[in-house]
Design a protein around this ligand. Structure first.
Ligand code: HGY
Ligand code: MN
Ligand code: MN
Ligand code: MN
Length: 428
């Protein structure tokens, strides 16, 4: 079939918005926090329920399903030239505590609906189309972001790290994976690695998680690059003691050391000279956590990012220097300064950018080239396949909180652009 006739006949794509909306609501009910928030942690009971819910939708869409040892789930539509490398799409459904119902979900349920849209248009893919449900994109349980896509991208350091990784309840990664029905007989995680060239393209549909598309009234974001994320774990220790009896000169307060470092993160980020440098301290625990006991331990987790990797690394270096300076001034110990991940940014593939732009134009949808400040599984898929991302607007750019919202019209636009882009790439 020639590309023009297929994409030409595809311009009248119809999305079943009613069932897609219902699926988004039903999926959001698998949550460990009350509606409208969503909390869905890797390998939890709610995560397992969400997995079976999505697998059922994949089956209904006529996809053949397989799962790898850590629970990346694949739904495949065999192409008529299936010996060619396939085209993949997908996202995640795990959700950080008290977050929203669209982050990741739009790229999984929307991908399944995109397949249904293509089937309804009598399209037949040349290259197989495969949906990937990444096992865990959020760092919540084990402190490692994009765990599934890092392994798919062949991360040896992650394979060894997972051998002795435990969550905050001291449950090991493998124990947790087994409780969800994965990693049964083998703990050789290299079986997850994708062979280079396994996919000819990977495209992810996602809410923007920023305000630009909504503010500018643009329907589609065509992502050109994904910013470089990094996370750091820091522990300070002091002598603690009675909050009334110990005089100030005798104190080495681990809590105040943490507070000073948190403000240092902000200062180094603001000094970077670019609006693209960001940083925050999203986790700050004090021990023993009693109002009248001087903190003897503090634990911080720092998230800092930039579209420019060198600038981001300079900030990390300065944060480390501040941590050391604080230990000297406050006579506390720096018992841990661990860079958990320090990833490079990723650029989208030019031909995929063109396919997404052409699809938006053919569908008469306004679009804008833009960077993604949030990271995604696409950041790691870009290491093993040409990558692209499609953004849709979300309410005031809200994300990672219960007010997160995307209209079904915007979601349907994203699904159509994804469907047409997949069609183009699968005939390529
Ligand atoms: O944090 C992120 O950028 C992603 O949304 N998990
Ligand atoms: Mn997220
Ligand atoms: Mn996400
Ligand atoms: Mn620690």
């Amino acid at each position: 079939e020639s590309e023009s006739c297929s994409s030409g006949s595809l311009s009248s794509l119809s999305v079943d918005t009613q069932s897609l909306q219902r699926q988004i609501e039903e999926l959001s009910s698998f949550s460990d926090s009350p509606a409208p928030s969503v909390t869905r942690i890797l390998y939890s009971k709610k995560d397992v329920l969400a997995r079976s819910y999505v697998k059922k939708l994949m089956q209904l869409a006529g996809l053949s399903i397989r799962e790898d040892v850590v629970g990346n789930i694949f739904g495949k539509w065999e192409g008529f030239n299936s010996e060619l490398a396939g085209v993949a799409t997908g996202s995640h459904v795990d959700a950080i505590p008290y977050s929203g119902k669209y982050d990741g979900v739009v790229g999984v349920l929307g991908a399944i609906e995109a397949i249904n849209v293509l089937r309804r248009s009598d399209f037949r893919p040349e290259r197989s189309l495969e949906i990937i449900f990444f096992t865990s994109e959020e760092p919540t349980r084990f402190g490692i972001s994009c765990l599934g896509s890092r392994l798919l991208a062949g991360s040896e350091p992650l394979v060894s790290a997972l051998k002795n990784t435990v969550d905050s309840h001291d449950i090991s990664f493998f124990e947790a994976a087994r409780s969800a029905g994965y990693a049964q007989d083998q703990d050789d995680l290299t079986s997850v690695f994708l062979k280079k060239g396994f996919y000819s393209a990977f495209v992810e549909l996602h809410i923007e998680q920023g305000p630009i598309l909504e503010q500018e009234g643009i329907s589609i974001g065509v992502v050109t690059a994904i910013a470089a994320p990094a996370s750091i774990k820091v522990d300070f220790e002091g002598n603690g003691g009675h909050a009334g009896a110990v005089l100030m000169p005798q104190r080495n307060d681990a809590g105040l050391a943490a507070a000073e470092l948190a403000l240092a993160v902000e200062q180094h980020v603001l000094e970077s000279g670019s609006i693209d440098t960001v940083g925050t301290v999203g986790i700050l625990d004090l021990h023993p956590g009693a109002i009248n006991s001087i903190p003897s331990k503090s634990h911080l987790e720092i998230d800092t990012r930039d579209i420019d990797e060198t600038r981001r690394n300079n900030v990390i270096e300065k944060i480390h220097q501040s941590a050391v300076k604080i230990t000297k001034n406050r006579k506390v110990q720096l018992s841990e300064f661990k860079i958990v991940n320090q990833d490079p940014p990723a650029a989208s593939d030019e031909s995929i950018i063109k396919a997404m732009e052409d699809a938006s134009k053919e569908l008469n949808l306004t679009h804008k080239l833009m960077i993604s400040r949030a990271y995604h599984d696409s950041l790691f898929m870009a290491r093993v396949s040409p990558m692209g991302m499609i953004f849709i607007p979300c309410y005031k750019g809200y994300s990672h909180k219960p007010e997160e919202f995307a209209s079904i019209e915007d979601i349907a636009n994203g699904v159509k652009v994804l469907a047409l882009t997949l069609a183009k790439l699968s005939l390529g």
